[in-house]
Write a protein that binds this ligand. Structure first.
Ligand code: FES
Length: 106
């Protein structure tokens, strides 16, 4: 199972065992990662699953679609490497990916 590492602003890393095919948001909420709410259930309409993803992972995920780009404009403290993790499907290739939670989202 791919492992995903969520870093919260207090410096704590929350490592989650994810299932291939589920969304990164679903893996995070099932493990109760602080700061990931997933209020809309993953239909890209709430931005409560916002994360920062650094290189090389951000580039490897490919481009955002128009809906995700629009929703990120309303996210907490968006940056150039922001993503909504409900829009990312877990694959074996994501094993070891680091995701950071925005400070204002806790
Ligand atoms: Fe709502 Fe991701 S869970 S936008």
């Amino acid at each position: 199972m791919p492992q995903l590492h969520f870093l919260t602003p207090d410096g704590v890393t929350h490592t989650v065992e994810a299932t291939v095919g589920q969304s990164v948001m679903a893996a995070a909420t099932a493990a109760q990662v602080p700061g990931i709410v997933g209020e809309c259930g993953g239909c890209c309409s709430c931005a409560t699953c916002h994360v920062y993803i650094d290189a090389p992972w951000f580039e490897a995920l490919g481009p955002l679609d128009e809906m995700e780009t629009l929703m990120l404009e309303g996210a907490v403290e968006p940056l150039a490497h922001s993503r909504l993790c409900c829009q990312i499907e877990v694959t074996e290739d994501l094993d070891g990916m680091m995701l950071r939670i925005p400070a204002g989202q806790l």
